[in-house]
Design a protein around this ligand. Structure first.
Ligand code: UT7
Length: 332
């Protein structure tokens, strides 16, 4: 029997309309447009204003609508929704169930997956395994975050970086030589002191004290995270290249998580991949955590050709990290 691969057959993305500039960030904390551009590579980011009363499933709805303008499908045919996010609308119900209900995917089961900035590649890994099992024919993988909802706009180590955005892909089976070919996934929970959001969970349930201590915001030791991000993403990419006997010249695109332009450049440099083959849009969108990779893929969708060899790589809270090797499934 021919080998089944999971292949991406459609992609969509959405960012909120409001653009927060570096100038606006500079009004909250002691920083500057020049510093943010030079040290992080971000010029502006999109933010979902809290007064809109919406959350990540709103962004996801728009992303799926975007996908359906090019790749329409019957919502009733979707069997599973994997929703990677660290900023769900609520603890309960999960965002996948809310989204499936809003989109009329009433034959699907759904669940949220928390892998922080690695959410998209973790979601693809899980969705792909469902397809390869032979049991499921259509899986929706959604990945995105509203990081502005957990960002401390008085902390200059985090607020210039974080942003909001969401993407989605439809996964289907194929016996052609395209789709998700290999993956290398890792996590390390011995990192809690370096990158965390400690409030509101079962250890520190929400209280006046957790609010006063700002435990509901993301906190990071930027330097430590930076070093781990570079070495872990570069190593994951090396692993999938080696395992699949791929030379760097054979790779058409590398799509790295967009956390800091200097992290992206270091990973590309380490791999010996020229910048022209690296998808980079951090300057306009910042770090929307699980959303960054699908935002890139969507932006470059019309440049991608069937069979293009692509490496996705991410690193984030957990720590979580990894790389996926895929061959693009269609011409636009
Ligand atoms: O998405 C996955 C999770 N996150 C990441 O991957 C982020 C990884 N880390 C980073 O991107 C960077 O470490 C930061 C952007 C957070 C910080 O940049 P850095 O170049 O590592 O700065 P630093 O912490 O080494 O600090 C250098 C200097 C310090 O001043 P002194 O002590 O040298 O006088 C900081 O106080 O830059 C200062 N600084 C700032 N200055 C202006 C730190 N943040 C800022 C700021 N504006 N926003």
């Amino acid at each position: 029997m021919d080998k089944i691969h999971a292949v991406i057959t459609g992609i969509g993305s959405y960012v909120p309309k409001y653009v927060m500039t570096n100038e606006e960030i500079s009004q909250h904390v002691d920083t500057s447009d020049e510093w943010i551009k030079k040290r992080i590579g971000i010029e502006e980011r999109h933010i979902l204003k809290p007064e809109e009363g919406k959350g990540i499933t709103y962004l996801a709805e728009q992303a799926v609508a975007d996908m359906r303008t090019r790749r329409d499908f019957d919502p009733l045919s979707v069997e599973a929704v994997v929703f990677s996010t660290t900023t769900p609308d609520y603890f309960i119900p999960n965002s996948a169930s809310l989204l499936a209900y809003k989109l009329g995917m009433t034959n699907a089961f759904g669940f949220d997956l928390n892998a922080a900035c690695s959410g998209f590649i973790y979601g693809l890994e899980v969705g792909s395994a469902f397809i390869v099992s032979g049991k499921y024919k259509k899986v929706l993988v959604v990945a995105g975050d509203v990081l502005s909802s957990v960002t401390n706009y008085e902390d200059r180590n985090t607020c210039p970086i974080f942003a909001d955005g969401c993407g989605c892909v439809l996964l289907e089976p194929t016996t052609e030589d395209v789709g998700i070919m290999d993956s290398y996934m890792r996590s390390d929970g011995d990192s809690v002191e370096h990158l965390h959001l400690l409030g509101g969970g079962s250890v520190n349930p929400a209280s006046y004290e957790t609010i006063d201590n700002r435990l509901h915001y993301i906190w990071q030791d930027g330097k430590v995270v930076f070093k781990h991000a570079v070495s872990s993403m570069a190593d994951s990419c090396e692993q999938v290249l080696k395992r699949n006997n791929l030379t760097k010249d054979e790779i058409d695109w590398v799509v790295p998580h967009q956390a800091n332009r200097r992290i992206i450049d270091s990973v590309a440099h380490h791999l010996g991949i020229p910048t022209e083959k690296v998808m980079i849009n951090i300057e306009k969108y910042g770090n929307s955590s699980a959303g960054t990779i699908p935002l890139c893929l969507k932006q470059w969708e019309t440049s991608l050709k069937k069979g293009d060899k692509i490496i996705l790589t991410a690193f984030g809270g957990g720590f979580t990290w990894g790389a996926i090797y895929l061959k693009w499934g269609y011409n636009s």
